[in-house]
Design a protein around this ligand. Sequence first.
Ligand SMILES: Cc1ncc(COP(=O)(O)O)c(C=O)c1O
Length: 473
Amino acid sequence: MTAPLYEALIKYVEDGTMPYHMPGHKEGKIISRKYIENIAKIDVTEVPGTDNLHDPHGPILEAERLAAKAFGAKSSFFLVNGTTCGIYAAMSSVLNDGDMVVVQRNSHRSVYNGLILTGAIPIYIEPLMDDEDAIAMGISIDELEKLLIKHKNVKAVVITYPNYYGFCVDINKVVDLVHKYDKVLIVDEAHGAHFAFSDRLPLSASKAGADIVIESVHKTLPAFTQSSILHVNTDRIDIDRLRFYLSLYQSTSPSYILMTSIDLARDFMEREGKALLDKCLDLSIQARRLINEIDGVRCIGDDVIGKYGIYDYDATKLTINVSGLGISGSVAESILREKFNIQMEMSDYRNILAIMTVADDEASFDKLIESVKGLSEYKRNEKLSYFDGNGCPEIPEMAMKPKDAVNKEYRYVSMDDAVGMVSLDYVIPYPPGVPLLCPGELIKKDMVQYIKLLYNIGIKVIGIDNLKIRVCK
Ligand SMILES: Cc1ncc(COP(=O)(O)O)c(C=O)c1O
């Protein structure tokens, strides 16, 4: 047998690495045996009785109706190409070429791609930075209101709720404000599909009344990767137009495995979700306490409430700042994998992130705490260079909209030669993952100096290759 990808995945499983990453079913722990046994058999197509995702009248429609009820939405649509395609469809259903839209500057790539697809013009809102943890947190509601007053023609607002680390703005306030100015609110709730199933988690944006909410079922619930869901909660949305774009961005042969995976995850959560989330939250809260007793590490949580626009957080996400050990998050992540055989969801400059779900149990929590304790053996007496984003230039002037920029002819130039030119790429430093330049933005001298500074102190900057950048001709 020669199947390198399959063999690599089987190796990962056989190595017994404990997963603290998505998908939420954690290697099938809570996927029903009967489903797994029948998985190849139910991989069918549109035949009488199986319905059609693009024109549902039978079991798919019924499954979507049950999902809407369970997630607290007015209507719900299954997605087989992740939240990514849901964001494209949501933006396309609301925005025309040249329309203005308020977008959080630290949005996921799919929102930026949505700008390219629609030809909409972004008005950016800067995220508020937690400099100590080097994380882009929430947004200022006052700042959002100022933007809505200043740009009367804005058609929609796109926000991320929660952020990757589980931190949340006050969604009720955002919904009220956006609706006060009669705009459409699109919420990227990729990391919050579980919110609807526990009162101990932050409020879901659907329950708060956001117009469109898109969630990755696969990230936090027991469903296969790429299964997501889009909810519509108000009459502001033209459902026919939305359906058109959902069909445009998804396969004409949508996977029945993915669609049933969403259906079953909803059913499982309705029957067992609340109890299992209670258990997961109890263990997460205890884990936070124990991790905070370990020297050199800190689990971020209550300490950021009321700061950086943060109102609430998802306790099942354990964001652990390891900078007190004198190592970066990415070094800690590698040590945890190599020496302790556990895999984090991700790491950044200062933090590691573990995602706990309804598939976790006492054993996985114990293993995490024991491994984080073990990290102290690898403590270095180095002080991590403290990078607080100081001196970051303002959001650059937009010379042309993103859609026009990406279709231009281009060339690569050195950063120094790029002054006065228009960027064709995103330039994004990690952390905090907030773009410094987006396609169509004018490159100024202070930006070049800043990017060189980041590059030279070893911050990973995406969009720069050997200090060369792609610019529009
Ligand atoms: C904030 C955010 N939005 C959207 C997405 C895209 O979701 P999906 O992977 O389900 O397409 C991601 C994926 O990582 C994300 O982190």
